[in-house]
Unconditional design. Structure first.
Length: 169
C-alpha cells in the first residue's frame, strides 16, 4: 500500500503516477466521463457550433431530465437555468464556486435564474464526486448546496475530509 507522505514513499508514488497502468486508468476514466456526459446531454452543441461566451440552449425534455437527476438551486420555475459541470479537483471550479461565487451572485441579482450543479470529475479521483452524489441523494437542496460550497472551499478533497464536512451539516 502506498501512503501519501514521507521521503520513503516519494519514489514509490512517483513510479506509480508515471506508470502506464495509471496513465491508462486516467485515460479510460476520462473517456468514460465524456461518454457519460455525451449520453446524458445529446442536444448540447460542440464548441465549434457554439462560440465561446455564448449559451447553448437545451430542449425542454433534456432540461426536465437534468432537473430530475439533479438538485435545482433556486426557483424551480425560473425562466433561465444555468447548468454547471464542475470538478472538485479543478482550481478554476474551486475559485468560481467558493471564492467569486459568480453563479450565486447572478442568482441573487436575478430571481428568474436557477442552477443545477453536476459533478464532472476529469482531473483526478472520482471518489469526491461519489461522496457528493451520495450526500445529495439524502439531503435537502439547501444542505446539498451548502455541502458543495464547503467542499469547494476546503483545501482538501480526500474522502475523510468530505465525510467530516458531511457530518457537520
Amino acid at each position: 500500500m502506498i501512503r501519501g507522505g514521507g521521503k520513503e514513499n516519494f519514489k514509490q508514488m512517483k513510479e506509480f503516477y508515471s506508470s502506464q497502468a495509471f496513465v491508462d486508468y486516467v485515460t479510460d476514466a476520462q473517456a468514460a466521463s465524456i461518454a457519460s456526459f455525451e449520453q446524458e446531454m445529446p442536444d448540447v452543441r460542440t464548441e465549434e457550433e457554439t462560440p465561446a461566451g455564448t449559451a447553448a440552449t437545451l430542449d425542454q425534455a433534456t432540461l426536465l431530465s437534468l432537473k430530475a437527476t439533479g438538485k435545482t438551486n433556486g426557483d424551480e420555475n425560473a425562466d433561465i437555468t444555468i447548468l454547471e459541470f464542475a470538478d472538485v479537483n479543478c482550481g478554476y471550479c474551486k475559485r468560481q464556486i467558493a471564492q467569486s461565487r459568480t453563479i450565486q451572485t447572478i442568482m441573487d441579482a436575478y430571481p428568474n435564474v436557477n442552477m443545477i450543479y453536476k459533478n464532472m470529475p476529469v482531473l483526478g479521483s472520482y471518489e469526491p464526486a461519489y461522496v457528493m452524489e451520495c450526500f445529495g441523494a439524502d439531503s435537502s437542496v439547501e444542505d446539498y448546496y451548502t455541502f458543495v460550497e464547503e467542499v469547494y472551499g476546503s483545501s482538501n478533497s480526500n474522502i475523510e475530509n468530505l465525510l467530516n464536512i458531511a457530518t457537520l451539516l
